[in-house]
Write a protein that binds this ligand. Structure first.
Ligand SMILES: C[S@@+](CC[C@H](N)C(=O)[O-])C[C@H]1O[C@@H](n2cnc3c(N)ncnc32)[C@H](O)[C@@H]1O
Length: 278
């Protein structure tokens, strides 16, 4: 990090705009990797969905047995930390992976780009193993600056993007169809996920901090939303695909031709009473 960028980051920290999205992601992914290792020892298979050219999962690489990345664009050079890369449109129908392929799926700053977020979440749901975790981050339209940025006509946004993005390749078309906390929670629930947890952090000064003018706008944006969690710029969500219902206990070990059970507690088979996972 250059010294002026470092100074900007220090200022953000001194102003109390914390935690960072990086720290919260790490704290969210860590337990999900622990759970994956416990469920599938030796087969911790992880997907970075919309992997771009870097990944917060790199820090967990030594605990991942198979690390797959997909993106709608192939990276210009191979990503050395991946075991496998595939070019995939996450919003397209079709079977890019067999069902239940992955213990953990991360989709980091991607939802705002999806033309059809419901289709993408349906794909990710199918590809996650029962009991596995989805972690997503995206931008929050309830922040007025984010909303303005997403609402800019493409031409205007293209003029601003070079100030914010490191390279033109990092400036992806934006849609913003599922980009506030309620919409994200509802979309995850509609896809079938459970244990949905959502939080927001202020990330504009850091995300727009390559140059002083955009940094100053971002910092003002973070400060105005800091006391209002539902408006902070960035959403972090995690959710779990429901585990498969436990197999029903065999009927009570009575004689093979037992009399029909009376309508008492013994007849209330717990597993058969469970609705099927969506
Ligand atoms: C802001 S970048 C984030 C990249 C990476 N996840 C990261 O954290 O640096 C958004 C990424 O989503 C990808 N993307 C956008 N729409 C997509 C789609 N429909 N299917 C797959 N990838 C998509 C883009 O190509 C881009 O790499």
């Amino acid at each position: 990090m250059t010294s002026s960028k470092q100074r900007r980051h220090d200022l953000v920290r001194r102003l109390g705009i914390e935690p960072t999205i990086a720290a919260r992601l790490k704290a969210t992914i860590g337990p999900a990797v622990d759970a994956a290792s416990a469920r599938s020892p030796g087969d911790v298979t992880v997907l970075d969905a919309g992997c771009g050219r870097t990944s917060p999962l790199i820090g967990f690489r030594d605990r991942i047995d198979r690390f797959v990345g997909v993106d709608i664009h192939a990276p210009s050079t191979p990503l050395p930390y991946l075991d496998e890369f595939a070019t995939v449109d996450l919003c397209a129908a079709g079977a890019s992976f067999p069902d239940a392929s992955f213990e953990l799926v991360l989709s980091n700053f991607t939802l705002e780009h999806f033309a059809d977020p419901e289709a993408a979440l349906a794909n990710l749901y199918r590809w996650i193993r029962p009991g596995g975790t989805l972690v997503i981050t995206t931008v929050n339209r309830r922040h007025p600056f984010v909303n303005a940025y997403l609402s800019f006509p493409d031409g205007a946004r293209r003029r601003v993007q070079p100030l914010i993005k490191e390279t033109a390749a990092d400036a992806h078309p934006l849609v913003g169809a599922c980009n506030d906390p309620e919409a994200v929670a509802e979309a995850l629930e509609a896809a079938g996920f459970e244990q949905i947890e959502l939080e927001t952090v202020g990330n504009l000064a850091r995300a727009w901090g390559r140059h002083w003018p955009t940094f100053a706008v971002g910092l003002a944006g973070d400060l105005i939303a800091q006391g209002s969690p539902s408006r902070r710029s960035t959403i972090l969500a995690s959710a779990v695909k429901p585990p498969e219902p436990a197999l029903a206990e065999p009927a009570s070990a009575g004689p093979a031709l037992a009399e029909p059970a009376s309508a008492g507690p013994a007849s209330a088979g717990p597993a058969s009473a469970e609705p099927a996972a969506p």
